[in-house]
Design a protein around this ligand. Structure first.
Ligand SMILES: CC(C)(COP(=O)(O)OP(=O)(O)OC[C@H]1O[C@@H](n2cnc3c(N)ncnc32)[C@H](O)[C@@H]1OP(=O)(O)O)[C@@H](O)C(=O)NCCC(=O)NCCS
Length: 177
């Protein structure tokens, strides 16, 4: 096990954080995910999701619902580059704004990162928040992610303009779990 042992006990497919639980996604999560992703405080950072895209991209083995005391408060996903010479995993996260700023995003990221290092045998994980998304960057730093560099005009905003993103990466030995 890398880092601290989780404080909550969960079923075999779920991932335990200190406070949150990551549950494998299913059709029952579509409504909550839509509500979270269409909230303006979330869609400004992670936008463009309609029902069809939620079903296509967020349900399945690479997605987890973030639960707090049985309530869905967010979602995390990962993707994997499995070329053996360039292997890494990338993650994304969104929590409902009611849950922001309480350390829950950090807890959820740690649970997913621990899974990717310990059970999927990754050595490097990346995340790419918008360069002006200070809360996300601080939360990532708390997990141990370090800035690699700014990717210029990397991502299209809801208003159609392109904004910069900060590529951050985390090596196994740097994980603050
Ligand atoms: C990014 C996100 C997952 C972080 O989760 P969170 O639970 O809100 O974050 P945490 O409470 O774990 O940590 C937030 C950190 O940012 C700081 N912070 C909070 N609000 C802030 C703000 N408006 N500006 C700058 N920093 C802020 C907190 O003080 C804390 O840092 P500290 O512990 O060093 O003091 C969550 O805010 C979210 O879902 N945002 C919308 C979607 C999004 O931005 N996704 C990012 C994709 S990479």
């Amino acid at each position: 096990m890398t880092g601290a042992e989780p404080a909550v006990t969960v079923g075999s497919d779920a991932l335990a954080g200190q406070t949150v639980v990551l549950r494998p996604t299913g059709a029952q999560h579509v409504g909550s995910f839509m509500e979270i992703l269409q909230h303006p405080e979330v869609s400004r950072w992670w936008g463009g999701y309609d029902l069809e895209r939620v079903r296509r991209e967020l349900l399945g083995p690479h997605g987890y619902a973030v639960e707090l005391a049985g309530e869905v408060i967010g979602l995390v996903i990962f993707r994997e580059q499995n070329d053996p010479d360039h292997r890494y995993a990338g993650i994304d996260i969104a929590l409902h704004p009611d849950a922001h700023g309480q350390g829950l995003g950090t807890d959820a990221m740690r649970a997913l990162v621990r899974y990717l290092f310990d059970r999927r045998d990754h050595h490097r994980i990346v995340i790419d928040p918008a360069a002006h998304n200070e809360r996300a960057i601080r939360s990532c730093r708390r997990v141990g992610f370090q800035p690699v560099g700014v990717m210029r005009r990397y991502e299209r905003s809801a208003d159609g303009t392109w904004h910069d993103a900060l590529l951050m990466d985390l090596l196994r030995e740097e994980f603050i779990g």
